[in-house]
Design a protein around this ligand. Structure first.
Ligand SMILES: C[S@@+](CC[C@H](N)C(=O)[O-])C[C@H]1O[C@@H](n2cnc3c(N)ncnc32)[C@H](O)[C@@H]1O
Length: 288
């Protein structure tokens, strides 16, 4: 994990990048959908990482909820009384609210940089997060906040964080795509805005990092590194393809089918290759 970050700059760049860029294109690029099969698959994944069924009733917080990838699915699942989507970007949360309304479910939103989390001690039954810890300047302080707001014995589940090796691998497959986008931009005399991603995506996670983050206030750490083929092709192929052609039904459907096939391949690999080679870091822990 990186230390000595310019915290204000990281927060401000994350807020602006997600407001100005991601809120307009994230769902299309990432293929975020909330069909019954998507809801089931996401809940299965959370339960697999937690190692048991998600609790029912009470309050669930989705941290760095973005456009509602997890939060809207949890609301559709219907087992919690309150689903609260927390994010630094009001633009991303507006998309989450729009998706919740479109699907006829209640979703509360809260604009916050999560330092501190604006919730009372011991008031939350489950905390989830997908692909967000790597943006947070002080992850250790956030995990203390997660521990503070969770009820004793309640759990947190984080998925989709870049592993240290995985981040290197995906950066190298992404490099030609970024170079191609710049060339196309130049040819069309349109400048592609440059964002300082070193100050937006600030961390990667080794298994030791996750152990250190959870050692003080949590028990029952479950580390589930996963994913190789699907996340790498996601960066190199699917995301750029969906960005330019994702509105075509056939393209979106083809990518969805390929993703499912690659995920099955990754599950097959999961017991056959060394855990350090996986791209996506997933873990759960229980408030001591
Ligand atoms: C890659 S997106 C993931 C969104 C969503 N969880 C998903 O699975 O699609 C990361 C999200 O984290 C949010 N974020 C980044 N830094 C944050 C911070 N310090 N506090 C709250 N949210 C933050 C961003 O605005 C963005 O919506």
């Amino acid at each position: 994990l990186r230390t000595h970050l310019d915290v204000d700059r990281v927060l401000e760049l994350n807020r602006r990048f997600h407001d100005e860029v991601e809120s307009h294109s994230y769902d299309q690029r990432m293929g975020v959908r909330h069909d019954a099969s998507d809801v089931r698959r996401t809940l299965d994944e959370l339960e697999r990482v937690l190692g048991r069924a998600l609790p029912a009733g009470g309050t669930v917080l989705d941290l760095g909820a973005g456009t509602g990838n997890l939060a809207v699915k949890l609301a559709l699942d219907g087992r919690f009384k309150r689903v609260i989507a927390v994010d630094i970007s009001a633009g991303m949360l507006a998309e989450a609210s729009r998706a919740a309304t479109e699907h006829g479910v209640a979703l509360e939103t809260c604009v916050s940089s999560m330092a501190p989390l604006p919730f009372a001690d011991g008031s939350v039954d489950l905390v989830v997060g997908c692909a967000m810890l790597h943006h947070v300047p002080d992850v250790s302080a956030l995990m203390s906040e997660v521990a503070r707001v969770l009820k004793p014995g309640a759990a947190c589940v984080f998925i989709g964080e870049p592993s240290t090796w995985g981040a290197r691998l995906t950066a190298s497959v992404k490099a030609p795509v970024i170079a191609a986008a710049r060339v196309v931009g130049l040819l069309r005399r349109r400048s592609v805005p440059r964002w300082d991603h070193d100050d937006i995506d600030v961390h990667t996670f080794s298994t030791d990092d996750v152990r250190t983050l959870t050692v003080r206030e949590f028990d029952d750490l479950r580390l589930v590194p996963e994913g190789l083929l699907e996340p790498v092709l996601e960066q190199a192929l699917f995301a750029p393809l969906l960005l330019v052609a994702g509105r075509h039904h056939g393209v979106a459907r083809g990518v969805r089918l390929l993703r499912r096939a690659l995920e099955a391949g990754d599950r097959w690999l999961s017991t056959r290759i060394h855990p350090a080679l996986f791209v996506s870091m997933k873990f759960s822990a229980v408030r001591a």
